[in-house]
Structures are given as C-alpha cells and as structure tokens.
Design a protein around this ligand. Structure first.
Ligand code: SF4
Length: 330
C-alpha cells in the first residue's frame, strides 16, 4: 500500500492568553484540538473554515513553524515531531509553505536573486553561477523574466510577488506545498492566474498540496479532498465533490450555501453566514456549533459528537449527532 505523504493524527495547539480588567486572568485558547487527516502523494487536500477556526494554526503546527502541544505528524512515514538536526532540516526542505502575503516574508533590502539563491546555498543544492542559473529558471517556471533576479520586492505587483513566493518555495525541490490562503489577498483576475499556475506546477512536478482557504469555490476547483474546520476541530471530511456539493454537517451546509457558484440558474442573494465563531478560550459545551445550529437538539448542548466515517466507503466522515443518525437511517 502507498505511504501517505502526510499523516496528521490528533494534532493539538493551545495558547495561553490573559484577559479581563482590572482583574487579569490567564486562559487557555484551544486553537487546534484533535485534528487528523491524511494526504496521499500528488493529492491536493483543502482545509476550510471561517477566519479563527484554527486552519492556519494547524498548518503551521504540523510544519513545526510553531511547536504543537500534542498529536503525531508523519511525513512519508517519518515522525516530524521527533525529528532533530539534519533530519529535521531534510524534512523542512521537502515541505515548503507559501503565505498569503509573500511581501512580509521577503526581505525588502534583498534582491529576488539572493532571496532565491540563499536557501540553495544553505541546503547545499547550488551556489554562485549555478545557483543564479537555477534561480532564473525558477522565475521562468512561474512566469517571470530572469531579469527579475536583480530587482527588489517593492518593484513587483501582488500577483508577481506571489509568483516569487512560489519560486522561492520551489528552490529546495519540495514534495509537499502548504499553501496558506495563497490567493485571498489578490484581485479576482490575478487570483485565477495564480491558481492556474499552482495547478500547472502540481501536474508538472507531481506536488502534493495542503491548501488552506476560507474560499470554498477555490477549494472546490483545486482540491481532491477537503476537511471543514470549526473551532479547532474537523467537523466533516471527504472528497471535495461530495463535501462541497452535498455536505452532511450543518456548518458545512452553511458555508456551502454562502459560497458563490458560477451558475446563472442559481443567481440571487446569497444566504448570510449566521452568527460568529465563538472564542476558542471559552468554547460552548457539547457540540461547539450548537449555539449557531438550526438543527441542534438537546443532546447537542452537552455531548461532543464523535467524528465517525460515513456509511459509504471513501466518502470521509462527519462529527454531528443528527447527521450521523440521518445517514444510518438512510
Ligand atoms: Fe448541529 Fe447538533 Fe450536529 Fe452540532 S451535533 S452540528 S449542534 S445538529
């Protein structure tokens, strides 16, 4: 059986925060609580949810950009949390992240050339003239002229900077790209160009993706499988076609209904997302979604629904008392 490129089991990330005035108290914010999923080689896996649901924290924790507090992360079967020294360096080389705002991760005083060549030197891939040729080739691959090597980040538009961010992620020949809201800061027309480029790179290089986004239409187009997160937990997971067209969880249905679809037959006013995500420092008891859920029952107020697989094989699973009962009865 093929080994997954990434396996995440029970990932946790908690933060402490102080609040209140004049009496200050320290609270624990459970940003990521028991998150599990698997990405197969060449697969694009989406993590979706509203802002504050924990999807970006989960992505950073599994790469150890912030240290997780619990759970297991396996990259091609190797334990990421236990890795140290050269082993960790090797894994980091194979897992690269692309941020929403590439400008914040580019040094404004450094030319694009040195931003691309520096990691090659650190990881012993190439230096000097060979690194420059390689960097020029990467810029061409992302649709920029090699002459851009001698320019500075402020000389480029948002879309071009995201292309530079991609070229930099590719410098170390990664196998998995963690793309954290990679197009949400861009204009719609530029978004489409960058998404097409991501798809081309995925096909050409056989890359796997963890694609973090709040935008369901983007995830529907790009990802094979998707997990919907709410207040630090996955509430539904499965093939994107199934989850985004026919979700079982009431929260996934709410996101689906509020997401625009390019279908003139369904033109009209989109339903609004109801309510706001509660604080992860003080989550509601039982099912964390119950204060916003139109289908909530008495049991939902006290009992956390377990994440259980759907009856049909390969269709993923859902964490909802009502959806599970409905699916068993059908
Ligand atoms: Fe709604 Fe209850 Fe399902 Fe939670 S468990 S999503 S409150 S129906």
């Amino acid at each position: 059986m093929m080994t997954p490129i990434l396996e995440v089991q029970g990932l946790k990330k908690h933060f402490s925060a102080t609040r209140g005035f004049p009496r200050r108290e320290t609270v624990v914010v459970k940003a990521v609580e028991d998150v599990s999923f698997t990405i197969m080689p060449g697969e694009a896996f989406g993590l979706v949810g509203e802002s504050g649901c924990g999807k970006s924290t989960a992505a950073r924790a599994l790469m150890r950009l912030i240290e997780p507090d619990g759970g297991k992360v396996l990259f091609k079967g190797e334990d990421v949390r236990a890795a140290t020294g050269s082993n960790l360096k090797k894994m980091r080389r194979k897992m690269q992240i692309v941020f929403q705002d590439p400008y914040s991760s580019l040094n404004p005083r450094q030319t694009i050339g040195s931003a691309l060549m520096e990691p090659m030197k650190v990881h012993g891939i190439a230096e000097g003239k060979a690194a420059r040729i390689r960097a020029g080739g990467l810029l061409e691959e992302v649709g920029l002229p090699p002459a851009a090597l001698d320019r500075f980040p402020h000389e480029f538009s948002g879309g071009q900077r995201q292309r530079i961010g991609l070229a930099r992620a590719l410098t170390l020949e990664p196998e998995l790209i963690v793309a954290d809201e990679p197009v949400s800061a861009l204009d719609v027309s530029v978004q489409a160009q960058v998404l097409l480029l991501l798809k081309e790179l995925r096909q050409r290089r056989g890359l796997s993706f963890l694609f973090v986004s709040h935008d369901l239409s983007v995830v529907r187009w790009f990802c094979d499988r998707v997990a919907v997160m709410y207040l630090g937990r996955i509430v539904e997971e499965g093939p994107s076609g199934r989850v985004l067209a026919d979700p079982s969880h009431p929260y996934a249905k709410m996101l689906r209904d509020a997401s625009p679809v390019p279908d003139p037959a369904r033109r009209g006013v989109l339903p609004r997302i109801i309510g706001e995500i509660p604080s992860a420092a003080n989550p509601p008891p039982g099912c964390p979604f119950h204060p916003r859920c139109a289908e909530a029952e008495e049991v939902c107020k006290s009992l956390l629904p377990p994440f259980l697989p759907l009856p049909a094989a390969g269709q993923g699973g859902v964490a909802c008392h009502v959806a599970q009962r409905r699916l068993q009865a059908s």
